[in-house]
Write a protein that binds this ligand. Structure first.
Ligand SMILES: *Cc1c(COP(=O)(O)O)cnc(C)c1O
Length: 402
């Protein structure tokens, strides 16, 4: 038996089995490379689903986590803690917002936004204003509230749903306009739909949503869990559109692999969730905040947001070349910065193509049914992107030859 098979045997017995994992067992990483328990090397172009923004084991990130672990790991929300305050200050500066609430994951950050919106209107004597608008194909997480806003019915099947959620076609401003009314508390939207298939918001969409929210006294809630922290070429996706949200959720890239989530909001909403209405034990945990502070410092020092725009163009061009070469297999390339998708033609299934790319030593993931998603560490080099593209091209060429 191989080491991979030995571990797999235990995993198949004792892990819950709610994921379909690849057959190899990863053990260590450095930069954009990871290795399995047998020493096989993979180029990582998915970064734990847009999480490992500064790559694996970045020396400064490792040092910051180690230092904080040896200094103070956790107190509780009954006490201020230094790094938590420093991180809130930094996030206020880069979001252009005022107030930050910490949690542990993307879904929790979304839960926070939903509770913020509903509690705000309840608190100002408008309890009827509680309907939430979200979009088809949107992904907002797996907890019951976030799941209710998630736009893919198959994720919601069998679980029931929050009341008062309306799902509309992404990009369709007229549909939103028609659905708006005095009962709408907020609109929740991703600037690029990630899980749904790497679909950027069409021109004018976010601006249009902002205007509709203003006209109807509703809140514009941005889900930047996947797009935040430099991935799209600016700190946050909404900054490309010149739109200011009422609140923004972030997670994934923020901790660079250490679990943390947060939302940032305006001073106007600072009183919507007073003491006792919301919170979580680990929210603002020192170790998590030190990890995030270090990620933000590295993104700044190494100009990784600017790099995401440049390298994203390089990646896009290479993917477009594959689309042109194999039009029978590929439909288009799309995305923003270092969140890119190669859309396969009807009849091809991303889930079935991904393992063939793994077999060539490159990690990518699917998005939607037929999109190959690239969301590499922001520290990726053009040489590494070229290596990954060569593997993808070889697999697409095989599909085209069949
Ligand atoms: C991943 C994701 C979430 C959920 O985050 P978790 O940390 O998995 O709970 C929410 N929204 C978007 C856009 C995401 O990509």
């Amino acid at each position: 038996m191989s080491a991979n098979a030995d571990f797999r045997a235990i995993a198949e017995k004792h892990l819950y089995g709610n994921y379909r994992q690849a057959p190899f067992v990863l053990e260590k990483g450095r930069g954009c490379e990871v290795w399995d328990v047998e020493g096989n090397r993979f180029l990582d172009l998915c970064a734990g689903v847009a999480v490992c923004a500064v790559g694996h084991a970045h020396p400064k990130h490792v040092a910051a986590i180690a230092h904080q672990a040896a200094t103070l790991t956790h107190v509780s929300n009954w006490f201020y803690n230094r790094v938590n305050i420093e991180l809130a200050d930094k996030l206020a500066a880069i979001t252009g917002l005022d107030r930050v609430l910490f949690c542990n994951s993307g879904a929790e950050a979304i839960e926070g936004l939903l509770k913020l919106a509903r509690h705000h209107f309840w608190g100002i004597g408008k309890p009827e204003k509680k309907r939430l608008i979200a979009f088809h194909n949107a992904f907002h997480g797996r907890t019951m509230g976030a799941l209710s806003l998630t736009g893919t019915p198959k994720y919601r099947e069998g679980f029931g749903s929050l009341e008062g959620v309306t799902h509309l076609p992404y990009g369709d401003l007229a549909a939103v306009e028609a659905a708006m009314g005095p009962d709408v508390a907020g609109i929740l939207v991703e600037p690029v739909q990630g899980e749904g298939g790497v679909l950027p918001a069409p021109e004018g969409f976010l601006q249009g949503l902002r205007a509709l929210c203003d006209a109807h006294g509703a809140l514009l809630l941005l889900d930047e869990v996947q797009t935040g922290v430099g991935r799209t070429g600016s700190w946050f996706g909404y900054q490309h559109f010149g739109v200011k949200p009422d609140a923004v959720a972030m997670a994934k890239g923020l901790g660079g692999g250490f679990p943390i989530g947060a939302f940032a909001t305006t001073e106007a909403l600072a009183g919507a969730l007073p003491p006792g209405t919301h919170g979580t034990t680990y929210g603002g945990n020192s170790l998590a905040c030190a990890s995030a502070l270090s990620v933000l410092a590295i993104v700044e020092e190494e100009k990784l947001a600017e790099g995401a725009a440049q390298k994203g163009e390089f990646l896009a061009k290479a993917l477009r070349a594959i689309v042109e070469e194999f039009p029978k297999v590929c439909e288009q390339e799309r995305g923003v910065g270092l969140l890119r998708g190669l859309v396969l033609r009807e009849g091809f299934v991303a889930r079935d193509v991904v393992p063939q790319i793994f077999a060539r030593g490159v990690l990518v993931i699917g998005a939607g049914d037929r999109v190959l998603r690239f969301c590499p560490p922001l520290v990726v080099t053009e040489a590494e992107l070229a290596e990954g593209i060569a593997a993808v091209r070889a697999v697409i060429a095989e599909l085209a030859a069949k």
